[in-house]
Design a binder for this molecule. Structure first.
Ligand code: ZN
Length: 493
């Protein structure tokens, strides 16, 4: 499978998109001029070397859609609040959103002016809760099948990812932490309001070793020699290969320069990779430590893909702050994770996910081995009170993506419904906050409280009493708000 390589082509487009307006001097559109303004330091540098014509970087009004949440007011009347922290709903409340923040929550009616920028929503006693957060998402890899990734035009793949981003948001997931892939361009388009989608905490390219999880090269591409062209996946920013501490440092810093809010390495073998057995540990401790050092110097953290005790323990020794998956961990490893206060970001993979891989393939066998560890992993996470975050890791599965909420609801096998909902909101947001000043969306996420960012869902019922409500967002999520802007309002007459 070399699907990552094809997928990664999108990353090049995204990366070029950041630079183009600055270095393309002729025929700038208004939008390009605006972007020139955003990158003013670069534009000024370009002007000095005559690369941007005089006058083209002048101040202009944004041509892109203005962010409608600016100054807009939404009043939710008569709602019961699930606040992302507690296990019960509040009594009847009124919630005032101004701009992109929750300004006021009161049990008394809140008066607001009835201007054109005000929206009144009669909650009718329904539940207002924080937008859901998926901590293991691959924005660019959800919907395309591997075959499409291998064959489709890059522009088409970007548009598919944009369409999926809108659907992700309309399923009630207002934030995703992207665990690898060239998502910077789509993130920018979403943040600018060009495309509807969730907030994206991007990792940029996954960093791996030769033969590790994420190295999708073919044998004929070896050996890699100094100065040789990069593999397709690297050129396009989907996965970077690094085989020494110095090389790791370069790759990490590149992702940080592109805007990564955290760094993702693969510390052990993976299911979808053609070359890495599940049992292997890939990076050396020194290599992992180099990544941690570079990320921490930049104010953020490293998370690693790791299933086995050996790969998890080595990563923790190197200063890694979060483990993705962990499905093959043992008891001493769980104890270590807990003792060190390391995050576990994991999921209950649905068995059908193995269907992505052909019958008889090693990938399929690896998938089933990992899935078999799910039950024990959650049991250990609970037993040792490990800080546990939820993410789906849906890949290449357009049929599975609509079931994102269902994958969350599956956690009631191990957790109470309220615990499950807290995990996908307030707890996930605590892990997001580990990005420190590299958090692209400063402000409180995952909670309904005064001053928090207004990512809100109005649920037609009580999701604590009936968590299955989140399995059918089209029917049960009546209002979806992100950053104070309403993306869905089924109550509007
Ligand atoms: Zn993943």
């Amino acid at each position: 499978m070399s699907s990552i390589g094809s997928l990664a082509q999108m990353g090049l487009v995204a990366a070029v998109g950041v630079i183009c307006p600055v270095f393309t001097s002729f025929g700038l559109t208004t939008i390009q001029k605006v972007r020139c303004r955003q990158y003013r330091p670069l534009v000024l540098a370009a002007l000095l070397v005559g690369m941007c014509q005089a006058g083209q970087a002048q101040e202009v009004q944004p041509a892109r859609p203005s962010i409608p949440s600016d100054g807009a007011v939404t009043l939710f009347q008569n709602v019961r609040i699930f606040d992302g922290k507690s296990s019960t709903l509040s009594g009847p409340r009124h919630v005032l959103v101004r701009g992109n923040q929750i300004e006021r929550i009161s049990s008394d009616p809140i008066t607001t002016d009835r201007s054109a920028t005000s929206t009144l929503i009669d909650g009718g006693g329904r539940t207002l809760m924080p937008g859901l957060i998926d901590m293991h998402w691959h924005t660019m890899m959800v919907r395309p099948t591997p075959a499409e990734l291998l064959t489709a035009d890059i522009g088409y793949l970007n548009l598919v990812a944009g369409a999926e981003a809108k659907d992700t948001l309309i399923r009630g997931f207002t934030t995703v932490r992207d665990m690898g892939g060239p998502a910077f361009g789509l993130k920018r388009a979403i943040d600018e309001g060009t495309v509807a989608g969730p907030r994206i905490f991007p990792s940029g390219a996954v960093i791996t070793v030769t033969g590790g999880h994420g190295d999708f090269r073919q044998p004929f591409e070896l050996p890699r020699t100094l100065g040789a062209p990069q593999s397709r996946g690297e050129q396009l920013g989907a996965a970077m290969i690094a085989d020494s501490p110095d090389e790791v440092r370069v790759r990490v810093r590149e992702q940080l320069m592109l805007g990564a809010s955290q760094i993702k390495l693969t510390a052990g073998g993976g299911v979808a990779s053609p070359h890495s057995p599940l049992d292997v540990s890939t990076f050396t401790e020194a290599e992992l430590r180099a990544a941690v050092e570079a990320a921490e110097n930049w104010g953020t953290y490293v998370t690693v893909h790791a299933y086995t005790p050996a790969s998890i323990q080595r990563a923790i020794a190197a200063g890694v702050r979060c483990i993705e998956h962990g499905h093959l961990m043992d008891e001493p490893t769980a104890r270590l994770i807990a003792e060190k206060g390391i995050w576990l970001s994991t999921q209950a993979f649905p068995d059908e996910m193995a269907d992505v891989f052909p019958p008889g393939s090693s990938e399929r066998a690896k998938a089933l081995e990992v899935f078999a560890g799910t039950d024990r992993t959650f049991a250990l996470a609970k037993k040792y009170r490990i800080k546990t975050a939820f993410g789906t890791d849906i890949l290449f599965s357009p049929w599975l993506a609509p079931r994102q909420g269902e994958l969350l609801a599956k956690l009631v096998r191990w957790y109470a419904p309220a615990e499950t909902l807290v995990m996908a909101t307030g707890t996930n947001a605590q892990l997001l906050a580990l990005s420190g000043k590299r958090n692209p969306y400063p402000g409180k996420l995952g909670v309904v409280e005064e001053g928090a960012l207004a990512d809100l869902l109005l649920v037609d019922g009580d999701p604590i009493a009936n968590i299955k409500l989140i399995e059918d967002p089209a029917k049960n999520l009546l209002v979806i708000m992100k950053d104070g802007r309403i993306y869905k309002n089924a109550l509007r007459k």
